[in-house]
Ligand binder design. Structure first.
Ligand code: ZN
Length: 325
């Protein structure tokens, strides 16, 4: 293990316990039915130079970052989901050279399939009794290329269902268009665990996830690339929420699912709004108003935010309240 790797693990422990302290406690102690921790990408990028570098790595090599987070919180079974990613890509960006990177894409739901169980981690056993586990994506269940035990030459494996991990998954198809809507295409989205949002045909959504590809052999030397997105999170923002409410295909409207998916406003934006809405209070009174309105965020985190905003010259404390520049 190199020092860079150790530093990254330490960063995740520090970042999550500082900014998402309350959510982390809920997940660790099973106080919530959710299995996901939602992280604002924008907060990560502004968390010092290290946060910025790791945010950049997350976009380029998400698998490495997700493995680091898993290692930092060993023994805790929760999924980290990012929202507020920087650039939304379009159809023309769904290309071979973008496979395995984290992307954000907007599209209209075409088809929603039923939630079904699928093996996520398949554990195989060779005739010598060694176990080999492999992560399974969308597509056919593949056997390991070789036994996980060093020097074992066996190439025959049988699946051990009781040691494999089964998760709930759902596939949806979205229609994405290219620049100026010259053309459009359907793209398969793979959702798993608790990232199901009661979506319906016609809903406009933003998918954040890893671009994956299945290679389907058609004939000799002829391989078909089948792109899909392994969804990390779905966002429904104000403009898309309006589209969902007015969607003629929607028979029912589950407000709970929508609230869950709606991307939360950034903390700095909320703090500035509360200060602006309470102009005649002192700094201390404005602070209390912020604590009350943002009750789900630990107070020490709000203090960090206020300090950050002040150090960046965005707000300035005066006797009769903060001034916003
Ligand atoms: Zn073996």
């Amino acid at each position: 293990m190199n020092s860079n790797h150790t530093m990254t693990i330490e960063f995740w422990k520090m970042f999550l316990s500082e900014i998402y302290h309350a959510n982390l406690l809920e997940l660790k102690h099973g106080l919530t039915s959710k299995k996901s921790l939602f992280i604002d990408f924008q907060i990560l990028t502004t968390f010092g130079s290290e946060g910025f570098a790791i945010a950049d790595l997350l976009l380029k090599n998400p698998d490495e970052v997700f493995a680091d987070i898993k290692e930092a919180f060993q023994g805790h079974d929760f999924q980290v989901r990012f929202f507020n990613l920087p650039k939304r890509i379009i159809l023309d960006d769904v290309r071979e050279d973008r496979i395995n990177i984290l992307i954000s894409i907007m599209g209209e739901v075409e088809e929603v399939r039923a939630i079904t169980p699928r093996i996520e981690i398949a554990t195989y056993q060779c005739p010598a009794g060694h176990y080999t586990s492999i992560k399974v994506g969308l597509g056919n269940l593949k056997k390991p290329d070789r036994c996980g035990s060093e020097n074992c030459k066996y190439m025959r494996f049988k699946l051990v269902p009781e040691l494999s991990k089964i998760i709930d998954t759902q596939q949806i198809t979205i229609n994405i268009s290219s620049d100026f809507k010259r053309k459009s295409r359907n793209l398969l989205i793979d959702l798993y665990n608790d990232v199901f949002y009661n979506l319906e045909k016609g809903d406009r959504i933003i998918i954040n996830g890893i671009l994956r590809c299945n290679f389907i052999e058609k004939q000799k030397n002829n391989v078909d690339l089948k792109f899909y997105i392994e969804a990390n999170s779905i966002e429904i923002c104000e403009s898309t929420l309006e589209n969902i409410i007015s969607n003629p295909h929607r028979k029912s409207f589950n407000i709970d699912a929508i609230t869950k998916a709606k991307c939360p406003e950034r903390i700095d934006v909320q703090i500035k709004k509360i200060i602006r809405d309470n102009p005649n209070l002192s700094c201390e009174e404005q602070k209390i108003a912020i604590y009350q309105k943002l009750a789900e965020i630990p107070t020490e985190n709000i203090d960090i935010w206020l300090e950050k905003l002040q150090n960046s010259g965005i707000i300035y404390p005066r006797k009769n309240g903060y001034i916003i520049f």
